[in-house]
Design a protein around this ligand. Structure first.
Ligand SMILES: C[S@@+](CC[C@H](N)C(=O)[O-])C[C@H]1O[C@@H](n2cnc3c(N)ncnc32)[C@H](O)[C@@H]1O
Length: 285
């Protein structure tokens, strides 16, 4: 069996593992950084293809990671440690060839790691892989960065590899996985997709997020959900949309009829009568 399908503590799907190895195989980085190591699944692969790797995680990795002689472990917050690692690499005149961003998945965390990387003098000819670009928070963080305006970025695709909508207890109806890829310093600056806009295809996130919303709404209604209820959920949400459209059209028609009456000549002529009736009513109360 090839290692992509091995059961090991690597928090990536088989397709993501294969894509990561495929990229590393082509890049063969001298120097790599991994933000977010956990049990070391992706780190082992990065170390296999890299001259040296800096691993940054809030928690210390498992003991066997220390056997990897080309890995330096940095335990702590990437928002403190990453700028330090980058500054040291810049001082040493080293270029960081490859980065995996898979640490702080909050919008602010993703944005800070991205900005720190883009601002570094050591990040010039670099491939950056962002894990979990299918996730709402990760996407929001990346969307905060004006990638089009970043002069070093020559290619950016937040949907390099699509993620998944989960249906399991701990990640129920959550979107995770997927790779975004950013290339810095390539010869041509041809294929930047600033906010995930691909002129030739729909972004998978834009297709799946509304389906997730429909499934969540269906479940809130007490209806069954799950992989075999997707079409049902879409029909229900469509029915809700249709009803809303119908009500909006009815409201617009009532507004038009009301305006027609209140701007008519007879309405204006009978205004004194209505004013007298109001006065009489007020007098009675
Ligand atoms: C999804 S796991 C990484 C999985 C790993 N890349 C793999 O493929 O097996 C995310 C890791 O990021 C770490 N993390 C979260 N916030 C962080 C931060 N601000 N700085 C450093 N590491 C952080 C967590 O401790 C966790 O181990």
């Amino acid at each position: 069996m090839i290692s992509t399908f091995d059961i090991m503590p690597w928090q990536m799907d088989p397709g993501e593992r294969a894509a990561l190895e495929g990229l590393l195989c082509q890049i063969r980085p001298n120097l790599s950084i991994e933000i977010g190591t956990a049990d070391g699944g992706s780190l082992r692969s990065i170390a296999q293809y890299s001259g040296h790797v800096h691993s940054v995680d809030l928690a210390a990795p498992p003991d066997d990671i220390n056997e990897l002689t080309n890995v330096t472990v940095h335990t702590g917050d990437s928002h403190v440690l990453l700028p330090e690692v980058l500054a040291q690499s810049a001082r040493d005149g080293q270029n960081v060839d490859f980065v995996l961003v898979d640490g702080d998945h909050t919008p602010d965390g993703v944005e800070r790691d991205t900005r720190d990387l883009l601002a570094s003098a050591a990040v010039n000819r670099t491939v950056i892989v962002f894990h979990d670009t299918m996730n709402d928070a990760v996407r929001a963080g990346l969307a905060h960065v004006d990638i089009e305006a970043e002069p070093k970025v020559t290619h950016y695709d937040p949907d390099f590899l699509a993620g998944r909508l989960h249906y399991r207890s701990d990640l129920h109806h959550q979107l995770w996985g997927g790779f975004g890829v950013m290339v810095l310093g390539a010869a041509s600056r041809s294929s930047i997709r600033p906010s995930g806009v691909d002129p030739t295809a729909y972004a998978t996130y834009d297709l799946v997020a509304p389906v997730r919303d429909a499934l969540v709404a269906q479940e809130r209604n007490g209806d069954p959900s799950g992989p075999s209820w997707v079409r049902h959920a879409l029909r229900l949400s469509r029915a809700g949309d249709d009803e809303l459209l119908h009500l909006r059209a009815e409201l617009a028609e009532l507004q038009r009829a009301f305006d027609e009456v209140t701007t008519s000549k007879s309405w204006r002529l009978t205004a004194p009568l209505r004013a007298t009736a109001r006065l009489m009513r007020n007098g009675r109360t």
